[in-house]
Design a protein around this ligand. Sequence first.
Ligand SMILES: [Zn+2]
Ligand SMILES: [Zn+2]
Length: 433
Amino acid sequence: MSPEQSHWTVLPPLAVRGLRSPLVESLQSYVNRLARVSGASPDGIRKWAASAAHSGDEPDRYAGSAVRAGIQQLTGMLEVRCTTLWVMENWLVAAPSHAPADRLRRWCPRCIAEWDDEVSWEPLCWDLGVLMRCPVHQCELESLCPTCGGIQRARNGRPTHCGSCRQSLAGKGIFSTRSHYEIWSEHQVAQLLMYCSDPSEEQLPAEQFRDFREAFGREVVSDDTFTSLDRQTVLELLGVRCDGVRMLPSRNRMTLQRLLNICSLQGIGIMDLVLRPREAASRPLVVGWRDSSSIPLPPASHDALFSSFRRVTERMTADHRNVYVPPIDFILKAMRISRTMLMDVAADVYARYESKRKDQVLEVAQLHYEKSFRSAVWWLGQHARSIPKEVEVARLMSYAVATSSLSKESCERTVMAALRWHNLLGEIRTRSY
Ligand SMILES: [Zn+2]
Ligand SMILES: [Zn+2]
């Protein structure tokens, strides 16, 4: 577009609401308002924007951010980038800004009760999974319709009413006590949003974050008060690994939750990391966290799920010295938890489980074990009722010895592990866990 044409825009150049504040508008809210003003559908605008961005001079790397780039182009409003965590794009994966139109919505029932189309907007902070409450009313954010219990999709377009039953999503809100961690992370997120919603801020370079993590990693490696397990946990959390001499990045971008966990571990605020990364890395580690039984990671939004996960893994690793623990992927799959999510929310559980597994099965035998475990679990699924009978166990035993390349003793342990897992799986499926 030439400079003379630049005052003409395809879509109306609406001002973004809530700039330079923790309540800055979300991209979907902006799209919804554009749709209302222009008479198009929100979905139509998203698609149009994505294709405009791809045909433009700067094709975006990520499909989701193409919508943001396209809207920016079609409205001529640079500040549209503030409706996302664009500033942090080189640091964070799957920023909510990139979430597709069918992502699940959360809202504050009190904000909805006070809604006025002329002046209200949906803030970006409702999309951030790390935030549990409305910053204005302090009540919990909700995600189910109070009338029909239905989930809400971002694409619905009408923010105040349920997409299924059409009843209002307004309510009085639920108030509960907040943990210290929650208060701290609310404060961090508010500061980050203020920063990211200032249109004059530029994108943070990826190197800055990587340098911080590497410097932090070096401190951790050289600090011999760490146990090797704790050291491993922290390095995995940082997304770096040490080859003995150098610190190498094992990942580039991470979730906001993990970023907050790293800050909390180092005892710094998120803005220290953004504005003064060098100093942030060399600050001494907070005294005390290593004394606790686990790293003080937050409950986050999957509190209930992860406490069940903790219970399941504790049960699988408790006593039973001669029974192998199942490969962690089986538990993750059964409980519908991704490995990344687990690392972000319960890195300590993951590390403890993996170290137990490595103690039990030598790395070289690991593949054989996993294969045998998998086929034993499959066999049980085919042949056994919920609690397998002795005769079935004996048959499984001879099947395992015949088909597996493990020793007889290892076979026994594998079969016992598969049996325990089979029984627990029944409990997980009936949600008695
Ligand atoms: Zn509210
Ligand atoms: Zn409803």
